[in-house]
Structure formats: C-alpha cells, structure tokens
Design a protein around this ligand. Structure first.
Ligand SMILES: NC(=O)c1ccc[n+]([C@@H]2O[C@H](COP(=O)([O-])OP(=O)(O)OC[C@H]3O[C@@H](n4cnc5c(N)ncnc54)[C@H](OP(=O)(O)O)[C@@H]3O)[C@@H](O)[C@H]2O)c1
Length: 320
C-alpha cells in the first residue's frame, strides 16, 4: 500500500510489486498483521506537526509475522520464527523486509494484539514512564489514555510504582475502559475545566505528566506539576507543538522530550534490553492491549479512517 499524493485515506492504494529480497543484515517477513499508527495518518495527510513528509509515501507499522528468509550476516535460526518489528516504509504488505537487529521473536501463542505493540508502542510507553522517573508512591497523569501508547503507559506507570494514575481521554465513553486498565480517576480534556478536575484528584499536584497531545494541553499540564514534577513530551496529537512559557519551569519543574529514533540511535543496547523485558512481561500475561478492529490489507483506507476516528479505543490491525 502506497500513496503518491498527500490527502484523505483514499490516497492509499494497493500496488502489485516484486517480493522484496532481504539485504545484508535484513530479514524477510511474511506478514500476519500490521499494527497501524495514528502518526502515520498525519504523514499521509501531509500536515504532521513535525514537518512535511516526502512523496511518494507508504504507511509504517508494527509488523507481526513469520521470518521466511534472512540476508547475509543474519542468524539462520530466525527462519520460521514468529517475530514483531517496526517497519518504517512499505509496512502494509504481504511481505516486508526489516533490520534484523530490531526483530523480536515472540511465541506463536502470544495474543496478536499484544504481540503487535512490543516493537514500538510498549517500548515507547515504558521509556516515557522511565524518562519521567516515575517512582514509588508518585502520582502520574497520562494523557490520551485510551490510545495505543496511552493505555500501555497507564499499565506501566502502575508497574513502575505509581501510587495514583490519573488519566485523560477525549470523551466520557472511554472512562470505563481506562479505569479497567488501572487508572484511579479519569477526566475528559475536552472539558474546559479539566485541569481543575485533575487538581481535585491531586490537590498537591502531580509528579509526572506523560504528554502526547501538545498545544495548550502541554502548557496546562505544566501548571499541574508539584514541585520537582516532570513533564515528558512525546507527541503532538492535537496537531500543535507545545508553546511552553519558560518561566513556568521556575517552580522546580523539568521538561523532557522523548523520540523513538533518537532513543534507539543513542542507546541501542538499553532500548533492546527494554524490548526484551517487555516481551517477557507480555508472555507472562502482564500487558493488555485492546484491539479496536481488523481491516483487510486491500481495504487500507478503512484502516486509516479508523485510526483517525476519535471514538476509537486501542489498536487497528491490518491483515493480509
Ligand atoms: N515520541 C515517539 O517516539 C512516539 C512514538 C510513538 C507514538 N508517539 C506519539 O504518541 C501518541 C500516541 O500514539 P498512538 O499510536 O498511541 O496513537 P493513538 O492510539 O491514536 O492515540 C492517540 C490519542 O490521541 C488523542 N487525541 C487528542 N487529540 C487528538 C486529535 N486532535 N486527533 C486525534 N487524536 C487526538 C485520541 O484520544 P482521545 O480522542 O481520547 O483524545 C487518540 O486516541 C501520538 O501523539 C504519537 O505521535 C510518539
């Protein structure tokens, strides 16, 4: 599935191309499913807050599948294994090639939705929790907690010792789902007074905010921090980059940013170790992932429509 022009979901069209061949250091994977990503939709529209994306384009995604062949320098033992990996382009395909260094073997018995988050969403969620240095007894505010990364962040903040997790979502129909994940309270940031609602649950302020929304939500979140509180910014789903009045950090606050490409580039061994840690946790039944819907590969525009629909809770899986 590729696109030649930016635009609505309909620009995604199925092409018939040669099956790719794994180069040195790569694996060839026969796809079982591809976990779609919200940020992909803004790349397709051409309105990403992080800058324009080149054309022609293709979706990226978390590909689960079976390794069918390996390139030079790759362990032959991977052939036949079920794996998951983030594929940066041409991910919506029957066959993909991927860098063997970032391929994670996962048991055949592992739930498909859970397997699909282990390549990027879960490692991102864990890393933003750790970037925020969440520690025992602290209060954590997780924005967009019904989204793919958000729901994992709620679970992982709890595991890292948060005493209280306050979650935000866009509408009240998502409250029950997020409470079921382990959030102590949920507020809708669509309501103007949402910061007051958070203050009602955390009168002394929150210790950590995990923010993927950007815009005014980031500024308002900074105002909710307790002394020594940390704001971790890792996305801008609102379409607006945060505009932070820097005097607001004088209340002994820290603002950190997190980006996946920078992280795996700077700390590949630690990134890989955290991915392995999450596979172990998932296999032990310690991670939950809600799958919103499954869409056939040849109906890829529908997958992007689902990803853009704010009523969605959790993952969209594209299946060949
Ligand atoms: N820094 C990194 O390396 C990295 C890596 C992966 C993802 N991310 C970021 O993490 C965030 C979550 O990604 P995801 O894959 O989990 O996406 P997701 O499942 O779509 O979750 C994002 C959520 O954002 C909320 N949202 C708020 N304002 C929105 C708007 N104007 N339009 C659409 N949704 C809006 C939606 O929830 P409500 O409707 O309930 O508000 C949606 O569920 C994104 O911002 C993404 O860019 C960052």
């Amino acid at each position: 599935v590729r696109y030649d022009a930016h635009g609505g979901p309909e620009v995604l069209t199925v092409r018939t191309v040669e099956q790719p061949t794994p180069a040195n250091g790569q694996v060839l994977i026969k796809t079982e499913a591809i976990g779609g990503s919200y940020v992909d939709t803004s790349m397709r529209r051409g309105d990403s807050a992080f800058g324009s994306t080149p054309l022609p384009g293709s979706p990226h995604g978390d590909v689960v599948g079976i390794v069918e062949a390996v390139g030079d320098g790759v362990d032959q033992a991977l052939i036949g294994r079920r794996v998951v990996t983030l594929v940066g382009s041409d991910a919506y395909a029957d066959y993909v090639v991927a860098d063997a260094a970032w391929v994670l073997p996962v048991p055949a018995s592992l739930d498909l939705g859970v397997a699909s988050v282990l390549s990027m969403p879960a490692p991102v969620a864990l890393r933003v929790v750790r970037t925020g240095q969440v520690s025992e007894g602290e209060t954590v505010l997780v924005h967009a907690a019904a989204g793919v990364v958000g729901q994992l962040a709620v679970q992982l903040a709890r595991r890292e010792g948060a005493a209280s997790v306050i979650a935000t979502v866009g509408s009240a129909d998502k409250f029950e789902f997020v409470t079921g994940l382990g959030a102590d309270s949920v507020v809708s940031y669509s309501e103007e007074d949402w910061p007051d609602q958070v203050r009602a649950s955390a009168p002394n302020g929150v210790d950590v905010v995990l923010d993927s929304i950007g815009g005014t939500t980031s500024t308002q979140s900074l105002g909710l921090l307790a002394p020594y509180g940390r704001l971790v910014i890792y996305g801008a789903s609102s379409g607006e980059l945060p505009q932070i009045p820097i005097e607001q950090v004088l209340g002994l606050h820290t603002i950190s940013g997190f980006g996946w490409a920078a992280w795996i580039g700077q700390r590949p061994e630690q990134a890989r170790a955290e991915m392995d840690e999450l596979v172990e946790l998932a296999v032990a039944g310690g991670l939950r992932t809600e799958v919103h819907g499954r869409v056939r590969l040849d109906d890829a525009p529908e997958a992007h429509r689902m990803l853009e629909d704010r009523s969605r809770v959790g993952r969209v899986l594209v299946v060949p």
